[in-house]
Design a binder for this molecule. Structure first.
Ligand code: SAH
Ligand code: SF4
Ligand code: F3S
Length: 467
């Protein structure tokens, strides 16, 4: 998945209660990847069914739900210090006869479990990503005085058990939507916690995905991003009784009226099959943007990371993808300072970046995660060396990103208008390559796809005018 640990924590937009409103308010704060954003929305739907109304102010909330990420260091410590602040809030409420419930969800909840209950008396519910459908029941038990930990991996289908969003809620969330199609990971890269926090790789049935995409489109969504920790490992029985991969699924989704744009993230290089590559040639709905993390350009390090491909395999794959669609923009994830990484290994990564040319990238210093094989490896790299390498890597990646943006100037594109801009006379949308694009408000309304010409680059966005 695109790591968006840098993403602004997002409050879930107000879902309308469908049943017996009791007036309780929930404030949801989301960290981590897009899968967490999707999960927060699903939990928001479940709570709305239970009578909760969403609020964007923690002060007015009866329930504070924190959806956490565990991908890099200090994640758990940050959660604990946040819980310390909530402890104070709860105490003050109780002094004046009120109360506050606190629930911790996500990957820190899964990894820490009981430990959260032990260390943070403020917490009423700890709930792991596989048990979100049990959140309302856990809250009922907590209201009866129990402190609930739900971090097992139950056999029931969470997605089926979670209530669907109402049309009104979908509309409130905007014209783009996430749709989780695959969860968990069996790849066990030696640096990564995801196989432990999200469990084994599973695919949702094609029929359920088609149904959800149809509902989204009927409620006005025009762009759907399929999500999965390894989204291109998705497979399932198709409507034609044949085994489908993600390429076939995308083909089917593109036929749904109203689904004008499709994206998917995050892909593993080993799971890019021919059908998926050809979908990039054949489907105008499939946006020409691919997030394909490589992590390192050194074969020695790739092996130690258990990525199970070489730098040359990756470059060949990129060439195959570009041969079917030369317009495709590549994005990637990089880790510097993995145990044993030498200057030479780092130079291999810089060379790979030079060869591939990335339109966008996310890069991180290696962070030692307890319980992963990488944490115990010899040759842990000095923090100062990691910082210095990260700076050089990011300088190169930013220069490619700027060059990519500059090359867009003068091009005509279809822009999906998503929301008002910071200035009232502007609207903001996304280019096919996922860059934010600012246009005059007269260009169109939210949900319109308009033909524009890119006129100039901004710091993190592009400017465009209607053609
Ligand atoms: N499934 C995706 C990535 C999921 S995690 C894939 O295989 O590419 C998102 C990103 O966080 C990873 O691509 C990696 O670059 C980064 N990351 C994961 N664990 C990390 C760690 N221990 N230290 C630093 N970065 C890490
Ligand atoms: Fe983590 Fe590797 Fe799985 Fe990606 S493929 S989620 S990096 S273990
Ligand atoms: Fe973070 Fe869990 Fe996603 S660790 S990146 S929230 S899968």
């Amino acid at each position: 998945m695109t790591d968006i640990a840098n993403l602004e924590p997002a409050a879930v937009p107000a879902p309308e209660p469908a049943i017996a409103p009791h007036g309780r308010k929930v404030f949801v704060k989301t960290y981590g990847c897009q899968m967490n954003v999707y999960d927060s929305e699903r939990m928001g739907d479940a709570l709305a069914r239970d009578g909760y109304v969403s609020t964007d102010s923690p002060e007015s909330a009866d329930l504070i739900l924190i959806n956490t990420c565990h991908i890099r260091e200090k994640a758990a410590e940050k959660v604990y210090s946040q819980l310390g602040r909530l402890e104070k809030m709860k105490r003050q409420r109780r002094l004046v006869g009120g109360d506050l419930m606190v629930a911790v969800a996500g990957c820190v909840a899964q990894a820490e479990g009981e430990e959260i209950i032990r260390r943070a008396p403020v917490v009423d519910v700890v709930i792991g990503p596989q048990t979100y459908h049990r959140l309302p029941e856990a809250l009922t038990r907590a209201r009866a005085g129990e402190r609930v930990v739900a971090t097992d991996f139950p056999p029931d289908d969470k997605f089926e058990a979670l209530p669907k969003a109402t049309d009104k809620t979908i509309r409130a969330r905007g014209v783009t939507a996430f749709l989780t199609v695959q969860e968990g990971c069996d790849k066990f890269c030696t640096f990564c916690v995801v196989p432990y926090t999200r469990g084994a790789e599973t695919s949702r049935p094609a029929a359920r995905i088609i149904e959800e995409a149809t509902r989204l489109a009927q409620a006005g969504v025009r762009e759907i991003t399929l999500l999965g920790q390894n989204v291109n490992a998705w497979h399932g029985l198709g409507g034609d009784d044949r085994e489908w991969g993600l390429g076939e699924l995308l083909r089917r989704l593109a036929t749904i009226p109203g689904v004008d744009r499709l994206r998917y993230t995050t892909s593993h290089p080993r799971d890019m099959d021919d059908a998926l590559i050809q979908a990039h040639r054949d489907l105008p709905e499939l946006m020409p943007y691919l997030h394909l993390p490589v992590q390192s350009g050194s074969d020695r390090i790739l092996k130690a990371m258990n990525r199970r491909h070489t730098a040359a395999d990756y470059i060949r794959l990129v060439e195959r993808i570009r041969s079917v669609n030369p317009d495709i923009a590549l994005s990637g994830d990089f880790i510097v300072g993995f145990p044993g990484e030498t200057d030479e290994d780092f130079q291999d990564t810089m060379r790979l970046i030079g060869t591939v040319f990335y339109a966008q990238a996310f890069s991180f210093k290696y962070s030692r995660r307890p319980g992963t094989p990488g944490a115990d490896l010899d040759g842990q790299v000095d923090e100062a060396v990691k910082s210095e390498r990260l700076e050089r890597l990011q300088t190169l990646l930013f220069s490619q990103q700027r060059a990519f943006a500059a090359a867009c100037v003068g091009r005509e594109i279809d822009l999906l208008i998503e929301k008002p801009g910071r200035n009232t006379d502007q609207m903001v949308g996304r280019s096919p390559w996922l860059q934010p694009v600012i246009v005059d408000a007269k260009a169109g309304k939210i949900g319109d796809i308009v033909r524009v010409r890119i006129t100039e680059t901004g710091s993190n966005s592009l400017y465009a005018a209607v053609t």
